[in-house]
Each structure stands twice: as C-alpha cells, then as structure tokens.
Design a protein around this ligand. Structure first.
Ligand SMILES: O=C(O)[C@H](O)[C@@H](O)[C@H](O)[C@H](O)COP(=O)(O)O
Length: 228
C-alpha cells in the first residue's frame, strides 16, 4: 500500500525516536559511502533533531571523514546566535565528531539581502543529497516552508522566505530540492503534532509537510496516536 504516512517507524518515546533515527543514519551513511564514496546529509533545526544529534555523536561506525553536512533551513542570524540551526548542530553534534570542518556547509543567515545567501548556498550543494532530515511544526510547516508563504511554490534549490506570522525571513530548501534527495526523513514527536499528522494522512488541510514526497516518518507513540 502506498500513500501518506505508510512508511513509519513508531517508537515509545521521543528519546527512542531519536535513537531509531540516529541508528538509521549510521546505516544510511555506511551504505552511501560503500556505494558512492561519500555521504551527503542535510540537518535541520528543532527540538526533535536536537535529541537525535546527542544520540548520534555517541554512536560508533559513522564514516565522518566521508560525510558532508548541509542544512535544510536557517534563521536570519549568524552562527553564534542561539537561534542558529548551525549552532545547534555544532553544539550538539558536529564539535564532538571528526567531520572535517571544510565538509560542513552552513547557510549564511547573516548575509543581506538573504536572497544572496540563498543563491550562494544553492551553488554549494552537491548534485544530490543522500538524506534530508526534517521536522514538522504544529502548523504543518517543514524546513522553513510555512503555510501560505511564497517559497512553497519556489523553484530552484534554496529560497529566502518571508514568514509574515513570525515577522521574519528564513532560508530554506525548496520542495524541488527536498524531493530530489535520495531519502527524506521526518522526525516528529509529541501529542501536539498528532492532529496535524492525522490530517496529513487523510489528505486534509493545506499542510506544507504534505509536499514532501515518500518520506520515512520517525514518530513517537504520542505523535502517532491518531493515525489510522
Ligand atoms: O528551523 C526550524 O525551526 C526547523 O528546521 C523547523 O522546520 C523544525 O524542524 C520544526 O519547526 C519542528 O520543530 P520541533 O522539532 O522543535 O517541533
């Protein structure tokens, strides 16, 4: 059977969800390096990935020297800001593991206009990413593709996206970029996300996350509670 949320791995707790995703990432990295000599992964921000980064840094067997790290979205700030997705990944994961610094590609959220950073980042991306890690907000956004925003329809690989309800601008992968990756993984936990997930499964609403094609969903039981 195919359709929304068919490929899902449900774990009892957010911690167990993070562990499941971290173990899957080790396997995906090893497979990519065996097949193609390198692993290209895009990280994201949010609380769910944060738990996963803490798991991943303790796992053996990751081919870090052949791993290239990118980001699926970024806030309009520099790398030292507490709001920076790069900073989160650096603090929780990257500074603890032997990934060569020149293989870590952050989005330059401090550049103005932000469109310039989007264009520069598009140039830095590899031909194809192996895995794009994503979260989902309780409004159904993913990466920084928020409901009703222009970037939902953007072509190209990376967009600067005005988000009126947050009165801010974000850098984000476009749907064409997300959907061109070999795999898309959505990490979603907590009861607060259960209603939106059930709507996505039923094809209801206009949730941006529904634009991600063929994702693997890593869920906890609370988030999966209303799924059929
Ligand atoms: O920069 C960001 O905020 C993220 O990339 C964003 O898309 C996030 O993944 C979701 O908002 C879910 O976040 P939580 O996991 O914290 O709920």
């Amino acid at each position: 059977m195919s359709g929304p949320l068919t490929e899902r791995r449900v774990s009892p707790t957010p911690q167990a969800t993070a562990q499941a995703a971290a173990h899957a990432l080790v396997q995906a990295a090893r497979e990519a390096v065996t097949a193609r000599g390198a692993f290209h992964v895009a990280l994201s921000g949010g609380s769910t990935p944060k738990l996963m980064y803490a798991e991943l840094r303790g796992l053996p067997g990751v081919p870090w020297e052949a791993t290239h790290v990118y980001f699926s979205d970024e806030r309009p700030v520099g790398p030292d800001s507490p709001d920076s997705n790069y900073r989160l990944a650096h603090e929780e994961l990257l500074r603890h593991v032997p990934v060569p610094q020149e293989q870590v590609h952050r989005m330059q959220g401090e550049v103005r206009p932000l469109e310039q950073a989007a264009q520069a980042y598009a140039q830095a991306l590899p031909a194809q990413l192996d895995v794009v890690l994503l979260g989902m907000g309780d409004d159904g956004h993913t990466a920084s593709l928020f409901p009703g925003t222009d970037a939902l329809n953007a072509g190209g690989r990376v967009a600067a996206n005005r988000v009126p309800k947050l009165d801010t601008e974000r850098l984000t992968f476009t749907f064409p970029e997300i959907n061109a990756a070999r795999q898309r993984w959505l990490l979603v936990t907590g009861a607060g996300k259960a209603g939106v997930l059930a709507e996505v499964q039923r094809g209801e609403g206009h949730h941006p996350v529904a634009g991600v094609t063929g994702p693997v969903w890593f869920l906890d039981e609370a988030a999966a509670a209303q799924l059929g």
